[in-house]
Design a binder for this molecule. Structure first.
Ligand SMILES: [Zn+2]
Length: 204
C-alpha cells in the first residue's frame, strides 16, 4: 500500500514501518502509542504481533521492555491496541467514541500504577512487565487527553493506518495524500463516471 519503508510480516503480508509516513509522527511519548497501533495493518491484515515470541521481540526493540510473554499477554495487548485504534478511528469520523472508550476501559481492566514524584514525576506501573507496558500505554493516552493532543491521533479515513494530524485546523483525513487521498479520489471519480454512463444509457 504505502510507497516507502515497506516491511513484510511473518506471513509475507505488507506493512510499513510503524513510523511511516515521515512528518506524521506524534509529539513526544505519544509516538510510542502510534507505533504500537501500527504493529498491524488493517488494510492487508499484516500482523507483527502474531505470536508471544513476536510480542517479546517488539517490546524489547520498540519499548525497551524485556520480558517473556504468554498467550494471555498477547490477547491483552491485542485488545488494548484494537481499542486505541477504534478511538483513533473515532477521532477521524467524529462518531463511535463511546464504544471505543468502553473497549479501552475494559482492555485496561484493573491494571494499576502508583503516582511517584521521585526520581522524577511519573507513574510506577504494577504487575508483570507486559502489564506495566499496557499501563504505560494507557497512561500516555490519558496524558494526551489532558494536553489536548489526543484528538489529533487519527486513523486514516481509508486504510486506518494511525497518524498524527499536524494540520492547523485538525482536518486531515488521509495517512498520506499520495497513498490514500488520491486513490479514494480516483475511485470516486470512476464511480461518478460510471453513474453518469448508466444515467445516459438508461434515459429515454
Ligand atoms: Zn491511508
Amino acid at each position: 500500500m504505502h510507497g516507502d519503508r515497506y516491511l513484510k510480516d511473518a506471513r509475507g503480508l505488507t506493512i510499513p514501518d510503524g513510523s511511516w509516513p515521515s512528518g506524521r509522527e506524534a509529539p513526544g511519548a505519544l509516538e510510542l502509542v502510534r507505533r504500537f497501533c501500527n504493529t498491524t495493518n488493517p488494510e492487508t491484515g499484516a500482523e507483527l504481533l502474531r505470536t508471544s515470541a513476536e510480542l517479546e521481540r517488539w517490546l524489547a526493540v520498540e519499548a525497551g521492555v524485556r520480558s517473556t510473554a504468554t498467550d494471555a499477554d498477547l490477547a491483552a495487548v491485542h485488545a488494548l491496541r484494537a481499542a486505541i485504534r477504534a478511538l483513533a478511528v473515532a477521532n477521524q469520523e467524529a462518531g463511535g467514541r463511546e464504544l471505543a472508550a468502553a473497549a479501552f476501559d475494559a482492555a485496561v481492566g484493573d491494571r494499576a500504577a502508583s503516582v511517584r514524584l521521585l526520581p522524577e514525576p511519573g507513574l510506577e506501573p504494577h504487575g508483570s512487565p507486559v502489564d506495566a507496558f499496557l499501563v504505560r500505554i494507557a497512561a500516555l493516552v490519558y496524558a494526551a487527553h489532558l494536553d489536548g493532543t489526543w484528538r489529533r491521533l487519527k486513523a486514516c479515513g481509508h486504510c486506518h493506518w494511525v497518524v498524527y494530524d499536524h494540520s492547523r485546523n485538525a482536518s486531515s483525513t488521509w495517512c498520506s495524500r499520495l497513498a490514500c487521498g488520491s486513490r479514494v479520489k480516483a475511485r470516486a471519480w470512476q464511480q461518478r463516471k460510471r453513474a453518469a454512463g448508466t444515467s445516459v444509457t438508461s434515459s429515454p
